[in-house]
Design a protein around this ligand. Structure first.
Ligand code: AP5
Length: 218
């Protein structure tokens, strides 16, 4: 099963992809996480990506397409994977289709996380992420037991540099201009499945699992 998670920043793609990945043993391929790892490693790719990410712009298509090409070649992707935050432009979607076609594979499902922009700013300004294990929290809706400490590994929680209100508004605008055309792209392919992303994380998880044919969670 190859699935694309599509939706605006803060719609819950990462939260759901991480849980599905853990419970269904399917790799989560997040271009955002890959780019943040490159930044943390101080690589040339990371330094160049940071300049785009810190102002809420998209990293150039060829960079993220290269990351996905390399990652999907790894053995754990043979049984399928969840693409979280990729593709984000029509050229990325076309490159993905071509890459999968070369390997006699195709996307099975594109899940659209539908939610009003007005909810997203508070979701993102309240997000906290574990630097070490990547676990995610929200200071109001999913707080850690101890302020700024990860429940799972005890490491420090941080606020992402691009989760400032001015950058969030820019990211939302980028989503509407550059990414939302993918709704029609996947709708035309007959693989688009919308879910109500404003529901609780547990309800969204059930909806996504149903759409992907996993049935009810364990
Ligand atoms: P990326 O890391 O992909 O960020 P994003 O798409 O903007 O998405 P987010 O991670 O902000 O949100 P999400 O939908 O995953 O929500 P989450 O589950 O975290 O990309 C960052 C940057 O990298 C881009 O701006 C760009 O520069 C670059 N980039 C990445 N991919 C690229 C590409 N393909 N092409 C070019 N550039 C690329 O949830 C958010 C918060 O809400 C959390 O606190 C969570 O706890 C809470 N929450 C989640 N679900 C619920 C719920 N149901 N109810 C209440 N709260 C909830």
């Amino acid at each position: 099963m190859i699935s694309v998670f599509l939706g605006p920043p803060g719609s819950g793609k990462g939260t759901q992809a991480k849980r599905l990945s853990a419970e269904k043993k399917t790799p989560q391929l997040s271009t955002g996480d890959m780019l943040r790892s490159a930044i943390a490693a101080g690589s040339a790719l990371g330094r160049s990506a940071q300049e785009f990410m810190s102002r809420g712009a998209l990293v150039p298509d060829e960079v993220v397409i290269g990351l996905i090409r390399e990652r999907t070649d790894q053995g754990d992707c043979a049984g399928g994977f969840i693409l979280d935050g990729f593709p984000r432009t029509i050229p990325q979607a076309e490159a993905l289709d071509a890459l999968l076609w070369e390997r006699h594979r195709k996307i099975d499902s594109a899940i659209l996380f539908q939610i009003d922009d007005s909810v997203l700013v508070s979701r993102l300004t309240g997000r906290r992420t574990c630097l070490k294990c990547g676990a995610m929290y929200h200071i109001e809706s999913m707080p850690p037991r101890q302020v700024d400490v990860c429940d799972q590994c005890g490491s420090e929680l941080i606020q992402r540099e691009d989760d400032r209100e001015d950058v969030i508004l820019k990211r939302l605008s980028v989503y509407h201009h550059q990414t939302s055309p993918l709704v029609e792209y996947y709708s035309k392919q007959g693989i688009l499945s919308p879910v109500d992303a404003s529901a609780s994380p547990a309800v969204v998880f059930e909806s996504v699992s149903q759409k992907l044919g996993f049935g009810r969670s364990a």
